[in-house]
Ligand binder design. Structure first.
Ligand code: AMP
Length: 119
């Protein structure tokens, strides 16, 4: 998938669209999902431009990959949910139900998020 610079998360990264920021560092930005599906629902996106997890895992450099993974952990710490637990997931491509073509991990927390449901 070629990267679409007009996708909504690219616009958030450029500051063209506001977000409710939770955490930011050199590698990642995290913000509250506009349609939360759990008490806490945060999206964590890498600052590097990859449409999907597949492309990120194949093409990003080691610093980008480790920086992104560590940022997700720091988001959980920042939200204060590390001890109680949380769920992370990423929808990938068409069958994965991915709507926004910039890699993102959903972080659900703040309550028992329930059994993993694949509808
Ligand atoms: P996905 O289906 O995995 O691509 O998820 C995209 C997510 O982005 C959905 O949960 C949307 O609610 C969320 N979303 C779309 N636009 C925005 C926005 N402007 N700010 C925050 N979250 C958004």
């Amino acid at each position: 998938m070629s990267y679409d610079h007009n996708n909504i998360f690219a616009k958030i990264l450029r500051g063209e669209i506001p977000c409710k920021k939770v955490y930011e560092d050199e590698f990642a930005l995290a913000f509250h999902d506009i349609h939360p599906q759990r008490k806490i629902h945060v999206l964590v996106i890498p600052k590097s431009e990859y449409a999907t997890f597949t492309e990120f895992a194949a093409q990003a450099n080691e610093a980008q990959i480790s920086g992104y993974i560590r940022a997700i952990k720091k988001v959980a710490d920042t939200l204060g949910v590390t001890e109680d637990g949380y769920r992370i997931l990423s929808n990938v491509g068409g069958h994965g139900g991915q709507e926004v073509p910039h890699l993102h991990v959903h972080l659900f927390a703040g309550e028992n998020v329930g059994p993993m449901v694949v509808r």
